[in-house]
Design a protein around this ligand. Structure first.
Ligand SMILES: N[C@@H](CCC[C@H](N)C(=O)O)C(=O)O
Length: 282
């Protein structure tokens, strides 16, 4: 499937106790035909009141705590199968809600943001995470600096820029920033340009996946970080290379993410090795 161009494999692991291995993820991603950003593995529910437990695996085989675009794909997959529109899921980061509207657009409640340095986590104490000391480039003329950092289940740094986001070599800076020692669990790196208080343009280097067409949790981070630094409203449209997402940081502190999800094709794979067979065109 894809969530605004983000390549997502929705793996139906219901009724079985094994898991998608890091080796399988790496092997699947190594083939051009099955290159992906995340695998969303749908398992049987572990907690009463939730439809399923969802595990998220990045293309480098690492586990992620949250994936907004992937959750929309999961909602669409289950809604097409079951004819229901509303779902409650459990992930390693907690309980999430998702709903498909008549329009086909899907909204996921991504939970509440965390701003304390130890929750993100950062390697050292920062009293104020709206702007931390971190820069790339010459010391007296940094190319990117002073990001706002937070967690929406997974760690994010939003770098604010005045110029076109495409004028920054994110493919070069992304890996350095993702793996910077200040982020002990690595981080997703966003470059955000605020066009209007309700319009942000964003490019993202994703932890464990690299440059992506879209990143839902980074869009959430851009709006929440934008609002808490008074750059944006609490509701904004975020334009990513793959298209637009709408994010709202609600009065109850929950962050919702709305956008499309699309089935591309189906197949089957061995979760231990990643060996594939393609079944049918969508
Ligand atoms: N594509 C995602 C985020 C996926 C997880 C991320 N790479 C991480 O490791 O935290 C999204 O749409 O939110």
């Amino acid at each position: 499937m894809n969530g605004l161009g983000n390549q997502i494999i929705v793996a139906d692991m219901r009724g079985r106790s094994d898991r998608v291995t890091p080796d399988a993820a790496i092997a699947i991603n190594a083939r051009a035909e099955t290159k992906f950003d995340q695998i969303m593995a749908i398992h049987d529910s572990r907690t009463p009141g939730t439809a399923n437990y969802v595990e998220i695996i990045n293309s480098d085989g690492s586990r992620a705590q949250a994936c907004g675009n992937g959750m929309r794909c999961v909602v669409q997959f289950l809604s097409a199968e079951q004819g229901r529109q509303r779902f409650t899921f459990e992930t390693v980061a907690g309980i999430l809600f998702g709903e498909e509207a008549e329009s086909g657009l899907i909204t996921v409640d991504m939970g509440t943001p965390k701003f304390a340095w130890f929750d993100i986590p950062l390697a050292e104490e920062f009293a104020d995470t709206r702007q931390i000391e971190l820069q790339i480039g010459p010391i007296d003329a940094p190319v990117l600096h002073s990001p706002s950092v937070m967690s929406i289940g997974n760690p994010h740094a939003t770098f604010w820029v005045k110029d076109d986001v495409w004028s920054y070599a994110l493919d070069r800076f992304g890996p350095m920033l993702e793996n910077h020692p200040i982020f002990p669990e690595r981080a997703n790196i966003g470059i955000a340009q605020v066009i209007e208080p309700d319009k942000i343009v964003l490019r993202v280097w994703e932890r464990g996946a690299g440059l992506t067409e879209a990143c839902g949790t980074a869009a959430c981070a851009a709006v929440v970080n934008g609002a808490r630094t008074r750059r944006t409203d609490r509701k904004a449209t975020v334009t990513l290379p793959g298209g637009d997402l709408v994010v709202e940081w609600q009065a109850d502190d929950h962050v919702t993410l709305t956008g499309p999800a699309e089935l591309e094709w189906r197949g089957a794979f061995d979760p231990a090795t990643g060996a594939w067979t393609r079944a049918e065109a969508a």
